[in-house]
Every structure is written in structure tokens, then in C-alpha cells.
Design a protein around this ligand. Structure first.
Ligand code: NAD
Length: 356
């Protein structure tokens, strides 16, 4: 095992994010020092199961854990109430007590639904995040947001519940398709725009793909800092929604065929051009964002019509009484909130969709 860094997240009782290589084969050792229980239930999906489940179970058993496991069909369509019910039954049939622990082994879908199940089961048991996608490693495994999708919309039911630990094995990124890897980078480009010009420069130079540890470490440090100041998204944490108002509209209009990360990339391009049109940032800054996205193999725009996107944004759970709170870009590393009236959202999107 080769640990690159350990990032402390000081929320609730606090937890560590351990980033490194070879962690999958040593997870038993890492968790036995942390947990008092020796019973763990691992939840994963049908793609991750054949790749990593056996190694995780072997490592846990070698350190004295009694392990059960459950895999559901991979994909966002499984992040629903039916799968949640199956996971809760799996916990019960595994004989998990309040002192035992769930482990989410997979991408953001596995992490979100397993965290939610752990938060509900017996009114809350411990859970561990073992992210295996770039998106989960840099974003969804940290911060304690958990959720499932309802028919009415994405992530409409969920809990804030922090994991006991996050174990991030960077080697898992090597089995991701180029496309899924790139989807995760969209959230990292976002972190660079919000706060970290040096990280952003890695994307501009096309160097990010070769340096996953650095990208994950910097994104986790940033997210940990934000979540520590605003666990429940009443203020600063809303900054992390940069690009997400158009992104959620794009995901919904595509019937969720466009993955979250790709939609975020489009949303970043749209918000960059909209910011430039309003004189908030320079056109060169917007162009740099488009170039950084392109270097990651990500799109920066969509063909959906601004009115259709605005109609979805108007029903978004993040809207406020009078409008929608969006994040505008002033420069790389400098962004601000702005409340946009509902009737002006379509105009904002139209500005952002228009290419120079
Ligand atoms: P995902 O979990 O569906 O994973 C993408 C695909 O990669 C799946 O097919 C999965 O089986 C496969 N996969 C996972 N790890 C692999 C590996 N190492 N090798 C090969 N294939 C692998 O999607 P995602 O992009 O990781 O996450 C998206 C989800 O995360 C969405 O539901 C989104 O709402 C959620 N999300 C949550 C937060 C949060 O704060 N909780 C933040 C951002 C996104």
C-alpha cells in the first residue's frame, strides 16, 4: 500500500479521506483500527463487483471481519426506492446491528444510495465510502450528501450523513473507460475554477489525466474546507453548484442519458460564457474554461433550447421563492452568487449557449 495523503474532514466527529494506491487490498487493516465492530456489509454494483469485490472481502476477512455483500444493476436508473428497499433488506438479512458497518464500494450511485440506506437502517449505522470513479473520489464520497432519485426528479430524497471514513484507491481509476474518467474530471475543473488556479492550470496543460492523486487530493481538500464551514448547504456550500443549474436541466431533458459529469462540463461552459456576456469575467477567461474542458475530452455546450432548460430550472429543488441562485465566474479562482429572477433564467441560458 502506498498512501499519497490523508485529508481530515472536520464535520461531526470528523473523518479521514485516505488517498493512495493498493488500498483495496489493505482495507481490512485500515478499518480494523478504526471500527469497533467486526461485521461489515459491502454494497456495490454489477460492474464493480467482478473488478474489486473479492479483493475487498478477502482483505476484510483477513482482518477478522465477517462480511456479506450485495450488488445491484449498475447505473443511475438503479438509484431508486426499489433498490433502497433491497439494500435495507440485505442489511437486515445480514444481521447488521446498530454497531455494525456498511461499505459503499463503487461510484457516486453506489455511494449515494448506500449512505442513504446506512442513514435509515436502525435510525443510522456507520458507513465507509470506497469510491471507484473519479467523480466519487473527488466529490460525492466526501461531504455526507446521500440520496436516491424519485420519479419526479433526481436526488429528491436523501440525508446529510457523514461517512466514518473514505478509502480512495487511485488504482481503481485505471479500469474506468476514458469517458467515465473524464466525466469525473468535470467536477475537478469546477473546483479549479472556484478556488484553485494551479489545479485549473493542470487541466489547461492537459496534464490532469496523468496525475489523478494530485487532482483527487486538491479537490478533496477544497471540498472538506467548504463542508466544514457549511455542512448542510445553507451558504458557502452552494458555491459547489457552479454550473449545476444548467447541468441539472440538461440531465433531465436528456432523460438522464447524458451523465452527470458531462452535463456539469456543459454547465460550466454555459455559465462561463454567460458570465462573460454580463461583463462579470473576460471573454478570454470563458475561452480558457472551454479549452480546459476540451483538454479533458469534455463538451462545453448543448443543443437544448434556453426556454426548455429554464422550464426545468424553475422546478429545480434548489430554486428559491423568487428565483434561482446561480454562481457566476469573475476569474479563475474567483466566483460569486447571484440570485436570478425566474423570468431572466432563459436569457441567462441563451447568453451561455451562444458561441462567440
Ligand atoms: P456511477 O456510480 O454510475 O459510475 C459510473 C459507471 O462506472 C457505472 O457504470 C459503474 O458501474 C462504473 N464503474 C464504477 N467504478 C468503476 C471502475 N473502477 N472501473 C470500471 N467501471 C466502474 O456514476 P458516477 O459518475 O460515479 O456518480 C454519479 C452519481 O453521483 C449521480 O447519481 C450523482 O447524482 C451523484 N453525485 C453525488 C454527489 C454527492 O455529493 N453525494 C455529488 C456529485 C454527484
Amino acid at each position: 500500500m502506498d498512501i499519497y495523503s490523508t485529508v481530515r474532514v472536520n464535520v461531526g466527529s470528523g473523518y479521514d479521506v485516505t488517498i493512495g494506491r493498493g488500498i483495496i487490498d489493505c482495507c481490512g487493516q485500515l478499518l480494523s483500527g478504526l471500527l469497533s465492530t467486526r461485521r461489515a456489509a459491502v454494497v456495490t454494483d454489477s460492474n464493480v463487483q467482478p473488478l474489486y469485490l473479492e479483493r475487498v472481502v478477502r482483505s476484510l476477512e483477513a482482518d477478522g471481519f465477517t462480511v456479506t455483500s450485495f450488488a445491484f444493476e449498475a447505473g443511475e436508473l438503479s438509484k431508486n426506492i426499489a433498490t433502497l428497499g433491497k439494500i435495507l433488506e440485505f442489511f437486515a438479512q445480514s444481521g447488521l446491528t446498530r454497531k455494525d458497518c456498511a461499505i459503499a464500494l463503487g461510484g457516486g450511485v453506489v455511494g449515494d444510495i448506500t449512505g442513504f440506506a446506512a442513514g435509515c437502517y436502525m435510525r443510522g449505522i456507520d458507513y465507509i465510502q470506497m469510491p471507484t470513479t473519479m467523480l466519487a473520489a473527488i466529490d460525492s464520497s466526501v461531504g455526507g450528501k446521500t440520496a436516491i432519485d424519485l420519479e419526479t426528479g433526481k436526488n429528491l430524497a436523501g440525508l446529510f450523513i457523514q461517512p466514518r471514513a473514505v478509502l480512495c484507491d487511485v488504482d481503481c481509476m485505471s479500469t474506468l473507460s476514458h469517458e467515465i474518467y473524464a466525466d469525473g474530471l468535470a467536477e475537478a475543473v469546477k473546483a479549479g475554477i472556484l478556488n484553485d488556479p494551479e489545479l485549473f492550470a493542470l487541466f489547461e496543460r492537459g496534464e490532469a489525466a496523468d496525475k489523478p492523486e494530485i487532482v483527487i487530493d486538491r479537490c478533496v481538500r477544497y471540498k472538506a474546507g467548504v463542508v466544514e464551514q457549511d455542512e448542510k448547504e445553507t451558504g458557502l456550500r452552494k458555491m459547489l453548484n457552479l454550473g449545476h443549474t444548467p447541468a441539472h436541466a440538461i440531465e433531465k431533458l436528456s432523460d438522464y442519458h447524458i451523465p452527470h459529469g458531462r452535463a456539469v462540463a456543459m454547465g460550466l461552459g454555459i455559465m462561463a460564457r454567460a458570465s462573460a456576456k454580463r461583463g462579470c469575467c473576460s471573454t478570454e477567461c470563458a475561452a480558457r474554461i472551454s479549452r480546459a474542458l476540451a483538454c479533458c475530452g469534455l463538451p462545453d455546450n448543448t443543443d437544448y433550447a434556453p426556454d426548455d432548460m429554464a422550464a426545468v430550472a424553475a422546478s429545480d429543488k434548489k430554486r428559491t421563492a423568487g428565483g434561482v441562485s446561480v454562481v457566476l465566474i469573475r476569474d479563475i479562482g474567483d466566483c460569486i452568487f447571484e440570485e436570478i429572477d425566474l423570468e431572466h433564467i432563459s436569457g441567462l441560458f441563451a447568453d451561455g449557449l451562444e458561441q462567440e
